[in-house]
Design a protein around this ligand. Structure first.
Ligand SMILES: [Zn+2]
Length: 90
């Protein structure tokens, strides 16, 4: 049995899984982002960014390590921890 938690993630058999390919990313109830594939891009390097953007600000893309589907993204400074995103089946 699976429960859809968001457009990109489901809970299945006690794990947070990719909604596309059902790959288990992390145990349900734990922060899943550390189990995802991470890529970082400096916002200042993105065409259209302005000089008012702090040069250290980055966009983090969290993707499925199996199929590459984009699961989530966040904007942060490099030293910031991941924004906790914990899914439970409750
Ligand atoms: Zn996947």
């Amino acid at each position: 049995m699976s429960t859809r938690q968001s457009r990109t993630l489901i809970i299945e058999n006690g794990s947070t899984c990719c909604a596309e390919c059902k790959k288990a990313i992390a145990p349900a109830g734990t922060s899943w982002k550390s189990g995802a594939a991470l890529s970082r891009t400096k916002v200042i390097d993105i065409p259209g960014s302005t000089s008012s953007t702090h040069p250290d600000v980055e966009i983090r893309h969290f993707s499925c390590p199996a199929c590459g589907a984009l699961l989530d993204s966040e904007t942060a400074l490099p030293e910031d921890p991941f924004l906790d995103d914990i899914l439970t089946n409750k």
